[in-house]
Each structure stands twice: as C-alpha cells, then as structure tokens.
Design a protein around this ligand. Sequence first.
Ligand code: AMP
Length: 422
Amino acid sequence: MGMDLRAPRGTKDILPPESYLWKEIERVVDEVALLFGYDEIRTPIFEQAALFKRSVGEETDIVSKEMYLFTDKGGEEMALRPELTASVVRAAIEHNIVTKQISCSRLYYNSAPMFRYERPQMGRQRQFHQFGIEILGAVSPLADLQVIAFSLAVYQKLGFSNFHLKLNTLGSQSSRERWREELVKYLQFNLDTLSEDSKRRLETNPLRILDSKNPIDQAIVQGAPEITDYLDEADAEHFDELQSLLRSAKISYSIDPHLVRGLDYYSRTVFELTSTDLGSQDALCGGGRYDTLIEKLGGPPTPAVGFAAGVERLVLVLSKLRGGEIARPKPDAYLVIADKEGQEVGIQIASELRNAGFSVIYDLLDRSMKAQMREADKSGTRFVLLLGSDELAAGEITLKMMDTGAQERISQENLANRLKNP
Ligand code: AMP
C-alpha cells in the first residue's frame, strides 16, 4: 500500500517510550515552578502577526524569514507563534496583570509548541516546544538571578551538569544606541571583508553580525567595540550586581561580549546556557531582560526578565545521558482471564482495583491463557491475577507475586486489601 502522507518537514511525532521522557521533563518543570512560586500561563497558538512584528522586530530572522503567516477567513493576518514572551506580554496587558501599582507577576509556561520556518537539523525543528518563565514588574538584578537559577534548577533536577552559562549585557536603550553607532562605523570600515550575509545584516540588524559563525566575520568581530565600554552608570551597576549575586549563589559563568540573541526587545542582561552534549545547535535555553517591551506594546512602563528553553534539545541530552534507556511505567497487576465466561467478573475486578489505585492490564485480543501469561511476564507487572474456571466458580482468584514466585488463592473480595499488604 502506497503511503504518501507524512508529518510535515521539521515536525516530529513524539512516540512512546520517548513520550515518557517528555512527561518527566514537564513534571520537573511544574515541580520547579511550584518550588519557586510561579503560576502557569497558556496563550493561543496563533496571534495577530502584528504582535511579533512590533515586539520581536521586523528585521529579525524570526519575523522576516521564519514566521508561519496566514490570512484568516476574516482577512486578518495571523502568525503561528514563534516564541512566547510577546504573547505573555500581550495577555498581561490585555488582562491588566501588569498595572501601575508596584507588584510583580511570576509566570511560567510548559511544553508549549512554537513555530519557525527554519532549515531543519539535529536540535532544530519547525515545530518545537519550549518551557520558560517571565517575571513582570521587577527591575532588580535579583530577578535576573532568579531567572537563571530557575533554569539551572530544571537541568540539575533532571540530573545533568554538562552545561555552560554565557552572560552579557546589552545596556539600556541610550547606551546601546551609542555603542551601535560605533559598531556600525567599525563594521562599515571592514565592509569589504565581511561575509555576504553580514554585509546585508549591516543594513538591517548589525548586532547579529557579532554572533556570526563565519570565521572571517569572527576575526573582524574580535576587534569590534564592546558594549561594556558604553554602559551608563545604572547599566554597569546592574551588571555588576548580577555578577556578584551569581558568585554568591556559586553559579559559574563566563562573559561573552558577542552574545546578542536574535530578538530586538532585549535590554541589559542576556544569557544563554549551552550543553557540550549537543552539536552545532548547542543552546539549551536563552533569555534576558526586556525593560521597554511592555510599554512598547501599550502597557504601563514595566521592567521584565525571562528565559525560554527548548524541550527537543533537552530530550536529546537526556536520552544521551541515560544511554537511550527510557523507563516505562509498569502495571501493578496483569489480569489473566482464562475464558469468555470469566470476562464479566474480570472487568469488575479490574475496575475495583483501579478504584483502589492499582493499575491493571488485561488482554483485549481473546488470546489463549498461555499467550496472556507470556504477556504478563513481559509487562514487568508485580502481580499476576489468574481468573480460571475453578476460581470463577468459587468466587476466588489466584494471586502470583512476581518477585518471589509465591502463589495463593484468595477470595475476590479480599483482593484489593491483599495487594495493599503484599
Ligand atoms: P529563542 O526563543 O530563540 O531564544 O530560543 C530559546 C531556546 O529554544 C533555544 O535555546 C533552543 O533550545 C530552543 N529553540 C529555538 N529554536 C528552536 C528550533 N527551531 N528547534 C528546536 N529548538 C529551538
């Protein structure tokens, strides 16, 4: 049979047992959110395209090349969301979550699908998933520290330590403008040597030249003016304070003056966590401060900071770390029903056990007792319950403890209690 329907390029079906790894990650993110006191937010998968144009920026790759756009039947231009910060800010303004009063919201999202039309490769997809947090209303570097600490807590809880924290500041708007002017001058001076991509970027998004992977660009970038020389006093103090907080929290980091991130809305702190267990797409998560975005989208002036982490890359690292072994949950009990006459009672026993909190599996294929026993063995169950014609007639059931092999016949009524005290 010819099968020509496939999942779209750059998307992936998440099949068992890998789906258990996803569940584990989602559970850990929920747990860390609870430990840090964050509330979950969920927003629509599509938004007005204008939201991302105004926040992420028209000249960024994400908006200018990678956005999934469509016009809906009402004639409005919509976009599948390429990231979540803009949506969270839109929602926060719309529902007055950020107000003029002094207050702070701590929000998180978990396993949320995002869409970017990129060239798919290992760790880079067109539909991918992110978890992350947004702190709205806090100007203190304490908030920047918490964003970093939150992300680290997730990775640490999942049991790995092979990551590296890169940190930079982009200053506030006025210091960044002064730096940008000098940077553009310097790059223009070196225009002839720059790669074609970077030549084009010089017109549209010159900061992105700093993180170009092209070796020739990189050599030029080495001598470029650095933001740290252009920071105003408040910017410099913020950056210093964050670093001293990181040191006292014993979080190691390195400063990367060329870390700019691909979105327009960042100011002051930016950071990225990379893993040596990933290939060229080695960023596990990234984030930073966006003190002017909320006002720009029509809300009250509100400082904010957050991060977003890729789930696919985390799954890649975790699978590698665990040698490809993914634990599936094992059933508590496997119920073997010898023949059709036993099915009615069997179904009732299974449902009573489930009500008592035990997971129960039974055969759905009317297979022979021997085949059912084989299945039970394979399932890794703790208890095998055998309902044969003798048992049925006597209102009893045979219970086999798989760890010891011990076997006993007990009344069906006592079964749940017996399993509770094996
Ligand atoms: P960004 O939203 O670009 O700051 O990305 C934050 C994180 O999301 C990255 O560090 C990656 O882990 C993940 N990510 C971004 N784009 C993709 C993609 N196309 N495929 C898979 N993961 C991605």
